[in-house]
Design a protein around this ligand. Structure first.
Ligand SMILES: NC(=O)c1ccc[n+]([C@@H]2O[C@H](COP(=O)([O-])OP(=O)(O)OC[C@H]3O[C@@H](n4cnc5c(N)ncnc54)[C@H](OP(=O)(O)O)[C@@H]3O)[C@@H](O)[C@H]2O)c1
Length: 363
């Protein structure tokens, strides 16, 4: 049996580089040679168990990846060996879903799925994905596989925007806007033809964030410093929208460290019939302005990750030149260098950097 190098997690905090059997193709699946897999700032917290994700052990950990098709099941007719692809790690079965190699799901059925056939992730030289999760990338795209790993943060951003039907000409609030994932809403929303109002607790972060996107924005990003005072923040957010009329949509992308006290200001700064998407992770319950939500017919929905069509749309936006990749690649790191990659990931908070593993470098 052929073998490969992979990063195997045996229990929280116990990750090691090992030689394991190489996966082989079966009906419905594709085996890919992994070229680039991103490692964001809180991956070390998942591996250590600090972020308590349900995971089966032992597990080849992984996120999403840019890869080349190597082999596929007999029923999979739509790929050619060597084709450049992006592999999404969210695996769906009707309404159940798991994040392969990364989050084993919430329900007993999801946990059964992640314990078994779709268990292992892509921090390995080769990985197996369901055919529908494998998205071709045109050879006309000039970005490197490492740069293309940014699709991993753009796809949930588009999933969030599409979940509340962001349209051209609209104004979208993004709170907070300065994270690895949250900042990816900015290019996505601009590519959809909407403008964006970005919020942060820091003027300095906002200035650096907006300068990161300079060159193609034509004043379409407005900045608001969040003070924590709901009335003041509502007024400032509204004032940043065209004519001060309020925003059409609001995407919240708060991290677990946030208490969610900013959410009320975001909702109060929406127009009548405004839509709000909760796409972050806030642990504690958040107080909502019930009366204004009713009076203004506000829609609030949550959005976990993305669907297949969102991933395909991100790739189309990149292929057409409508959306430019912006994150600076750190590394790429071989699997053997995983400890250095983890240290770099922990330091990589924010919008501008992306640590990338390149398992091909282990060959
Ligand atoms: N919906 C999905 O499918 C999906 C997909 C990917 C990620 N996520 C989740 O989205 C969350 C956000 O991701 P991210 O990478 O953008 O997050 P992040 O980098 O950890 O944080 C984003 C921003 O939150 C603000 N912040 C940090 N600590 C705070 C505190 N104590 N109170 C208030 N604000 C605070 C900071 O902004 P300022 O300092 O500028 O104010 C920070 O830049 C993650 O926790 C992740 O789990 C969800």
């Amino acid at each position: 049996m052929a073998s490969m190098n992979a990063l195997v997690l045996h229990e929280p905090g116990k990750l090691s580089l090992e030689t394991v059997p190489k996966p082989s193709a079966a009906p419905g699946s594709v085996i890919v040679k992994v070229l680039a897999a991103p490692m964001w700032d809180y991956v070390p917290d998942i591996l250590s168990g600090q972020r308590r994700y349900h995971l089966p052990y032992p597990l080849i950990f992984g996120t999403a990846c840019v890869a080349r098709v190597e082999e596929f099941g007999p029923d999979v007719k739509c790929f050619t060996p060597g084709q450049l692809v992006f592999c999404d790690y969210v695996i769906r079965l009707n309404d159940e879903r798991v994040v392969q190699g990364y989050h084993g799901g919430f329900t007993p059925l999801e946990q059964a799925m992640s314990n078994d056939y779709w268990r292992n992730g892509c921090y390995a030289q080769w990985a197996k994905f369901p055919a529908e999760n494998v998205h071709p990338i045109s050879s006309s795209v000039t970005a490197s596989p490492f740069e293309l790993a940014e699709i991993a943060s753009l796809m949930p951003a588009l999933g969030a925007a599409n979940s509340i039907s962001v349209c051209p000409g609209e104004t979208v609030l993004l709170l907070p806007a300065t994270g690895f994932f949250s900042s990816s809403v900015i290019p996505v929303v601009l590519a959809l033809g909407a403008n964006v109002v970005v919020g942060s607790r820091s003027q300095e972060s906002l200035d650096r964030l907006v300068s990161h996107f300079e060159g193609e924005i034509d004043g379409r990003i407005k900045k608001v410093v969040l003070t924590g005072d709901a009335t003041q923040d509502t007024e400032a957010l509204k004032a940043a929208t065209p004519g001060g009329k309020g925003a059409d949509a609001y995407i919240d992308y708060a991290p677990p460290m946030a208490d969610g006290s900013h959410v009320s200001a975001g909702i109060m700064a929406l127009k009548r019939y405004g839509r709000c998407c909760f796409a972050g992770v806030v642990i504690q319950d958040v107080a909502l302005p019930y009366g204004p939500i009713m009076v203004n017919c506000i829609t609030i929905r949550g959005q976990f990750a993305q669907g297949h069509r969102d991933v395909a749309q991100v790739i189309r936006l990149i292929e057409s030149g409508t959306l430019k990749l912006r994150k600076k690649v750190q590394g790429p790191f071989a699997l053997q260098q995983y400890e250095a990659a983890l240290a770099a990931a922990k330091e990589s908070r924010g919008w501008d950097k992306m640590v990338v593993l390149a398992p091909e470098h282990d060959a």
